[in-house]
Design a protein around this ligand. Structure first.
Ligand code: ADP
Length: 683
């Protein structure tokens, strides 16, 4: 992309002609072998840079500049025209090659383009010496006998001119502004001072060492590499340019390592090594820039992926919350029907099927919620000393109907002598339940599943769940712990589930400081999962904890029930009325406040999220003037959620889907004046 045009065409034309002319005159002051052939030829780089940045149409300025340089040097009108034509053609050819094969003005952005640029410079500069020296020799201004050395000097002067000066021209023209970047610029400043000092030490004559002509040019290398490594391509090209200027001046004054028999030889060798250094450093700088771009790209991609993941998590949290809400009235309704429907085996079994399936549904939703809680780091564990064997027995009991349905024998081999661990009871059971449920699900009919425990080393307990079922392919075993991962077979044969059980179990295990790994010998060769945890001493106080005393029968409680989910409200109202309470229903905060003004209440049961406010706000407002007890209902049940409810004045926090049992217990606890919080969630 050409830089924005700030100068008129004519100004650019005159400016370019003048710059070319002055640079040419300067270059020819170093022409020792022949008046027209200099080993240092900046105009070649200026012309190439100008054609690339400003376009091919600027060629007349180069032609005129070159003509004026030569017309005021040696030869006649004809040779000056021929040489100017050679110079212009060479620049046009070089620019075409760079545009065609090396990305034009973006040539220094990729290291492979830098190498192509070097080839373009070496190839295109064959033109000018061929035309120039031949035309001079034809009319007698050059000796045919010295054609070779003059041609070589001319070619090397032009080629190194392209390599050393064009990068400075192109990079500054494309990005002329220099902005202060604080620390980075201080580093640039420091590096340039260092480069200046080293350049002067080696070539410049500041220090006596440069008069000795030791071959120590290499000591400038590390600083240049440093510049290329840390700074942009523009700074690298500029650094080399400064070093080159010092080196040319020093060499002409007999300082530095490149002083040879003749000045021409010295300059040729000097320019040659500077050109090689330029290509190396520019390729390195371009490579570093590529790396920085790739890194920035990666960062951008990472941010995008993280944002998408966050959106997915938010969506899952929203979705599972919303999916849970309608389950409450259905579950409550089914429970009522089971209790009050006239006894009939057919209806009983139908209701049981409904209840069971709602439980399965809510389990799936719970998994989704668990996943979002884990990914948001919102998992709360209430650790206590658990007897692992007791917990395993409980889980086996829970899975009895599933194992019985497939006639699977569940064998227990619980031989660990040290079998207490610090864990959250519900979460620990969830891990074992997931493993056992999978073992049963992936076993063949009449198969066998073994759960064993062992202390492989002191203070460590390993629980092992083994089956002889369909097994896992080696390439899948690594991924089955990823969320939603169900292996290849999920496409071939459905076993049900969302592919979350193992992901959740692994995260839960890690949250307990435990490890969960899976092994399988391959397809149809069964699978074994190992849960390894640290053991703790049994908690003697747990055994002496008082059992919940039988609750006293309740009197009538005046309840204000607030939930924007109309069905939930309707079913709950019916059930609470059936228990002898008086119930007033509201579906938003405004009408709840109005109803509370008309009549007093003993208890507020409110959903946390209301259309025009929150349950917390409602509780705070209502309990400000009267002594009101409260039960909050929410889809979320972390410590933070419960804390918020308690701070707002609720005594209980129920997690949806709310069962009648949970609601009964909460109402009873509140009515009995027990204001410590309890969490009751669905099955
Ligand atoms: P789900 O069981 O819902 O698919 P999980 O996360 O529990 O999700 O399991 C993920 C996948 O791991 C399963 O789909 C299955 O391919 C594989 N897997 C888990 N346990 C076993 C097992 N005992 N035998 C064979 N494959 C298993």
């Amino acid at each position: 992309m050409p830089p924005p045009r700030r100068f008129s065409r004519i100004t650019v034309f005159i400016g370019l002609t003048l710059v070319y002319f002055l640079a040419g005159k300067l270059g020819l002051r170093l022409a020792f072998l022949h008046a027209s052939a200099s080993p240092v030829w900046p105009p070649a780089g200026i012309a190439l840079g100008a054609l690339l940045v400003l376009g091919y149409r600027t060629w007349p300025a180069i032609f005129l500049g070159a003509f004026l340089v030569n017309a005021t040097t040696a030869g006649n009108f004809g040779t000056s025209v021929a040489i100017a034509a050679g110079n212009t053609l060479e620049a046009l050819c070089g620019a075409w090659l760079v545009n065609r094969f090396a990305s034009g003005t973006r040539v220094f952005e990729r290291s492979q383009d830098v190498f192509k640029f070097a080839f373009a410079a070496l190839a295109s500069t064959l033109i000018s010496p061929s035309i120039g020296v031949t035309s001079l020799a034809l009319v007698g201004f050059a000796d045919w006998a010295r054609y070779g050395p003059v041609w070589t000097t001319w070619w090397l002067g032009d080629a190194t001119g392209d390599l050393i000066f064009a990068p400075v021209v192109i990079l500054w023209a494309m990005k002329p502004r220099w902005r202060w970047h604080g620390k980075k610029d201080l580093e640039i400043g420091l590096l340039f001072v260092l480069l200046l000092a080293l350049g002067e030490a080696v070539f410049g004559g500041w220090f006596p060492i440069s008069a000795n002509n030791y071959p120590i040019a290499f000591i400038c290398g590390p600083v240049l590499i440093w510049v290329a490594f840390r700074m942009s391509q523009r700074e690298t090209a500029t650094g080399i340019f400064i070093l080159s200027a010092i080196a040319i001046w020093g060499t002409l004054h007999n300082f530095g390592p490149f002083v040879l028999k003749t000045e021409n030889q010295s300059l040729l060798i000097l320019q040659g090594s500077t050109a090689v250094l330029t290509v190396t450093a520019m390729a390195l700088a371009a490579g570093m820039a590529e790396r920085r771009r790739a890194q920035a790209d990666l960062e951008r991609q990472k941010a995008l992926v993280e944002a998408a993941n966050q959106t997915k998590n938010n969506f899952l949290a929203m979705l599972s919350h919303e999916l849970r809400t309608p389950l409450t009235p259905v579950l409550l309704g089914v429970e009522t029907l089971q209790k009050h429907w006239p006894q009939s085996a057919e209806v009983d079994s139908a209701l049981e099927i409904i209840r069971r399936n709602i439980n399965v549904e809510s389990r799936l939703i719970d998994d989704l919620l668990d996943l979002t809680r884990i990914s948001k780091g919102k998992l709360d564990l209430r650790l206590r000393s658990l007897d692992v064997h007791e917990e395993i027995l409980n889980v086996v009991e829970t899975c009895r109907s599933e194992s019985a349905a497939k006639k699977i024998r569940v064998q227990l081999s619980l031989h660990a002598s040290d079998h207490h661990v610090a864990a959250d009871e519900a979460r620990f059971q969830q891990i074992i339940w997931n493993l056992l449920k999978n073992a049963i699900k992936f076993s063949l009919e009449e198969g066998e599943v073994t759960i064993s425990s062992a202390n492989e080393s002191s203070g460590q307990l390993t629980i092992c769940v083994r089956d002889h079922g369909i097994g896992i392919e080696p390439q899948t075993i690594e991924t089955i712990f990823d969320p939603f991962e169900q292996g290849e077979r999920s496409f071939k044969r459905r076993f049900g589930g969302l592919g979350l059980g193992l992901a959740i179990s692994k995260s839960l295990a890690e949250a307990h400081g435990a490890s969960l790994i899976g092994k399988s010998e391959g397809l149809n060769r069964g699978a074994t999962f190992f849960l390894t945890m640290k053991t703790v001493a049994p908690d003697s106080s747990a055994a002496s904890l008082p059992r919940l005393e039988k609750r006293s029968p309740l009197g009538t409680v005046r309840i204000l029930l607030v939930d924007d989910h109309v069905d939930t409200c309707a079913v709950m109202e019916k059930l609470l009325l059936a228990r002898g309470h008086t119930v007033t229903v509201a579906h938003d905060m405004k009408s709840a406040l109005e109803k509370a003004h008309i009549a007093p209440f003993d208890l507020l049961i409110s959903d946390v999220g209301l259309p025009d406010g929150s349950g917390m706000e409602l509780m705070a407002k209502l309990s400000a003037n009267s002594r009101l007890l409260g039960i909050a209902m929410s889809g979320f049940g972390t410590n933070a959620d419960i804390q918020k409810s308690l701070e707002a004045g609720f005594s209980q926090h129920l997690v949806k889907p709310v069962t009648m049992e949970g609601l009964d217990a909460a109402v009873e606890a509140v009515a009995n004046g027990r204001i410590e919080h309890e969490i009751r969630s669905g099955p």
